[in-house]
Design a protein around this ligand. Structure first.
Ligand code: G6P
Ligand code: ZN
Length: 563
């Protein structure tokens, strides 16, 4: 037995901090708030306590996206876990591990769960955001019942337990043993990439992708987030792309002062580089590596809704899905219905869940679905319980290799077969919370009043169009596996021509309110397939603005981001 270092658990009195309520994806706050004395210790203590009696002796994984504050958080987690009876922590080297890779490690090493240090696509640095999220033993985000427990505990906490004398150097892989009173506590620092890389090699046929890449130039933008080294290892070392295929693959604690969100606005440099036409395929990933954006040559943009539908339609190109039969798909409610059309044709089930990856967990665990995705640039499958950016890019490359088509050709072929769901999302970021809540209350009153069905609105846009309200509600979801009910997940207004608008407030912001407006429609007329979404949806967007009085409430003339 290697010699263990003796460390001492100490109780420390603390006070309650308000607002430690995890949102769509963990607790996200401004760094200044998160790093205020005892704030982080409180939240970690409550997260550990929420695990319950099985905390004692259990194994947890810890990794994060490299943002400012992460190393301090890893250190804190080690010290608090030791004092609270955790048996073993598996820590990513230097603390760096993408969210999908943490999910992979939890599942592969059968741990009790994991703690991910990320605020995902939110900006980082001293003025940016920090976040902590807990994942369960299936590798997926904790359900609401668990996060509510963390919040309840955070309202009552008066003491946390910490071994402040435990200093573990997690920059080197290896196993470190500690003696905490009569217990052993182990920290195993592991390579951040190995398990994930191996898994990707099992899912995909790397040889065929490698061959494809000999004839097509590709470009990846990691936005200075955690995927940088994964991109360099998997696409560079394993698949043979050169360094001219990489943008922003060096991890920076402030993401180079950028916004590590892979969309047309925040990954504009990828769009610009792709527009020149030298590259046939491009992808960007968010800070923690679970989101992706896919572009074709000349910056041909694939909406996440279409990306999901195209992958669904071509799953049989991917070895993983050839081995295990596909029975169903799922998408979040605001995501367009393009996936549903593929499901119908293939005879598979298609589930509609609230926004948030955690809602796919039960469906995946029960084997009801194998592929799922969201309009918010998330695509994933049953291989783990998080969405997975690198996986999505590999899935696209595998499909392109097998189909021998360009990205644009593949999309055009898809629309020819299924028709096209036009989709757009308007984000009004960082608005004042109060007027937004009032706007949502008024929209709630609109959908509660069934006499609004049949009302007509004239939308002014590229062409003016009349819309008749056909159905209104606030989306509610009954989980088909555990029967749990989640209400008020988005105001929905349907129109008689099949188009639909959805309003919801984001659950991932760290301050103020972000309003999301989702608009989609279906087009079966081939002459319209190549028109732009902004043109096709402009009149419907106008109706959405009329009904919500969004401009009056938010004071915003224009959205911050349009997808
Ligand atoms: C995260 C979650 C997703 C969710 C997205 C948008 O990425 O993992 O599941 O769709 O945030 O959430 P929001 O509440 O900001 O619209
Ligand atoms: Zn993310």
């Amino acid at each position: 037995m290697s010699s263990s270092l003796k460390v001492t658990p100490t109780p420390v009195s603390t006070r309650v901090f308000d607002g430690q309520k995890p949102g769509t994806s963990g607790l996200r706050k401004k760094v200044t708030e998160f790093m205020s004395p005892q704030y982080m210790e409180n939240f970690i203590q409550c997260t550990l306590e929420a695990i319950g009696p099985s905390l004692v002796g259990c194994t947890l994984v810890v990794g994060g996206d490299g943002r400012h504050g992460m190393k301090e958080a890893v250190n804190n987690i080690i010290q608090l876990a030791a004092a609270n009876g955790v048996g073993k922590l598996i820590v990513a080297q230097n603390g760096l591990m993408s969210t999908p890779a943490v999910s992979c490690v939890i599942r592969k090493r059968k741990t009790h769960g994991g703690i991910i240090l990320t605020a995902s696509h939110n900006p980082g640095g001293p003025d940016g955001d920090f976040g902590i999220k807990y994942n369960m033993d299936n590798g997926g985000p904790a359900p609401t019942e668990f996060t509510n427990r963390i919040h309840d505990l955070s309202q009552k906490i008066h003491t946390y337990h910490i071994c402040s004398d435990l200093q573990c150097d997690f920059s080197q892989t290896g196993t470190y043993n500690y003696q905490v009173e009569d217990r052993e506590f182990v920290v195993e620092v592991i390579d951040s990439f190995e398990d994930y890389n191996l898994m990707m090699k099992e899912i995909f046929d790397f040889e065929s992708i490698k061959n494809y890449l000999k004839g097509t130039k590709v470009l990846f933008n990691a936005l200075h987030g955690v995927t940088g080294p994964y991109v360099e290892k998997i696409f560079g070392e394993e698949l043979g792309t050169g360094t001219d295929s990489f943008m922003k693959t060096n991890v920076l604690t402030d993401f180079g002062q950028g916004h590590p969100d892979p969309n047309l606005t925040y990954a504009a440099d990828l769009v610009e580089a792709m527009a020149k036409g030298d590259f046939g395929f491009g992808a960007a990933f968010d800070g923690d590596g679970d989101r992706n954006m896919i572009l074709g040559a000349k910056a041909f943009f694939v909406t996440p809704c279409d990306s999901l539908a195209v992958i669904a339609n071509n799953l049989d190109c991917i070895p993983y899905f050839q081995k295990s039969p596909v029975t169903g798909y799922a998408r979040s409610m605001p995501t367009s219905g393009a996936l549903d059309r593929v499901a119908e044709k293939k005879g598979h089930d298609c589930y509609e869940t609230p926004t948030g990856w955690k809602f796919f967990g039960n469906l995946l665990d029960a084997g009801k679905i194998q592929l799922c995705g969201e309009e918010s640039f998330g695509t994933g499958s049953s291989h783990i319980r998080e969405k997975d950016g690198i996986w999505a890019a590999l899935a696209w490359l595998q499909i392109l290799a097998a189909r021998n088509l360009s990205v644009e050709e593949l999309l055009k072929e898809h629309w020819k077969q299924y028709g096209r769901n036009f989709f757009t999302r308007y984000d009004y970021e960082n608005c004042q919370a109060e007027p937004c809540n009032k706007m949502m209350a008024e929209l709630q009153a609109f959908v509660d009043d069934q006499s609004n069905i049949g009302k007509k609105f004239i939308g002014h846009g590229a062409t003016d169009k009349e819309y008749t309200v056909s159905k209104i509600d606030n989306f509610s979801y009954t989980d088909p596996v555990d029967g749990s009910v989640t209400t008020k997940q988005g105001i929905r207004i349907f129109f008689s021509d099949g188009s639909r608008i959805v309003f919801r407030l984001s659950g991932t912001g760290s301050s103020g309110a972000t309003v999301r407006l989702y608009v989609d429609s279906y087009e079966s007329e081939p002459d319209n397939f190549l028109k732009s979404a902004s043109e096709m949806l402009s009149a419907c967007v106008d109706v959405a603005l009329q009904i919500s009085k969004l401009k009056e409430y938010t004071g915003r003339d224009k959205p911050t981001v349009v997808t």
